[in-house]
Ligand binder design. Sequence first.
Ligand code: SAM
Ligand code: SF4
Length: 477
Amino acid sequence: MTVQSSLLGPVTVDTTGLSSFIPEEAIASDLRETVDADAAMIHAIIAKSLGKERLLPRETATLLNVRDPELLQDIFRGAEQLKQAVYGNRIVLFAPLYVGNRCINNCSYCGFRSENSNCQRTTLTEQGLQDEVEALIDHGHKRVIMVYGEHPQYDAEFIAKTVEQVYRVKKGRGEIRRININAAPLDLAGFARVKEAGIGTYQVFQETYHQETYESVHLAGPKSNYLWRLHALDRAMEAGIDDVGIGALMGLYDWRFEVMGLLHHTIHLEERFGVGPHTISFPRIEPAQGSAFADAPPSGVSDADFKHLVAVLRLAVPYTGLILTARESVEMRNEVMRFGVSQMDAGSSIGIGSYAGEDEAEDKSQFELGDTRTLDEVIAELCRANYIPSFCTGCYRLGRTGEHFMEFAVPGFVKRFCQPNALLTFTEYLEDYALPATKKIGLELVEKQLAEMADQAMRERVEQRLQKIYAGARDLF
Ligand code: SAM
Ligand code: SF4
């Protein structure tokens, strides 16, 4: 099929034989028919989720329809309990790394859209990328997500080469140990090439699962083809990438429908490949340069709706990682972290070249950030709230993909691997990068966590490794 790109003319995407696996009518009827569920029904659904079972679409719709304030509190409590029981109090930190903002698509909500002539188009040079990565390492980061506009210049080879370059960078005692990607959908050969470069997760957000709305906001370029995008992660998995991330841009269409779309996408991947997505993202639309969506997204998602949707997602897919980004304010981030968010970005800068010193100029950024704290500030706050910041990349580097599933499915996995590795990677951060005040509260938290470890053999093992870290060893997992 040929689609029109606003910059390059016709572009071909092959969607032969593809159809939608999002049952729009069934979603609408599930949402329509579950508005009057009683408390007993809601409690039974929450209990099922606490038993670590993925919810059915109709059960999820039932939770999405809850409006009674007391029942909503029950949903929040359920999500919090599930998070504590399965994942504990770790939170994995990462940073976005924007590589280039050239783009042949015209997505109405994005500052990089081709029609935005005020956007200053830039792509990091080899030296520019080196500088960005060194700056990220100097801040203490170990995990990044590399972000690209969609443009022929950013083909699979370019993406793979930039990933390989980032893995090669060493600075002081640091390096980037896991690279995830957020880039346009590729074909099979393209996905295979970026897998070869050693990526962690490949993320592609569907933006909206509602096809008519999708077509009304994606005005030109390959992205205007709903099916090409919807099947992107099928192609990624066929090409051997087993960690994929899905997402919806909340505010384009009814958020309840989008949560149902994310669930159906999860079910589709589970049915086809035996494993669902590694992570789910649920960004709300933020103001973007010149975008008509800045002040009034077509389907606004209030703060109360946002909390509701995060808690329901946690309960609906208990074993999938949930990512919360710095698009949200500090207050909102602190609040919804409790409901089951497992990863968040910190110290983020979304201009091209902005970690290494350039201003995060509006004309080079995709949208505005809600949380502009430094990594060290985020870490200090997390410690005060008793969360353990983690930079762990152990599973991925031991070939154990689908780490969230392991955490969830293998009894004792979190206690044996995740918590110790979180403490070790956090201590590396405290030793190498933390400001003195952060180091003090961080080390106190590590001591407290060690004291609370019930398994004495495990505690001794972690203590031995901590001694090695204090003596200068790094990357123990
Ligand atoms: N160009 C690729 C694509 O569209 O898939 C990947 C990079 S794009 C910059 C990453 C994501 O940013 C998009 O999938 C979209 O959900 C999100 N995004 C775009 N504009 C946004 C806005 N104004 N507010 C919040 N998120 C936005
Ligand atoms: Fe380009 Fe992605 Fe922005 Fe769309 S969301 S305009 S594809 S960078």
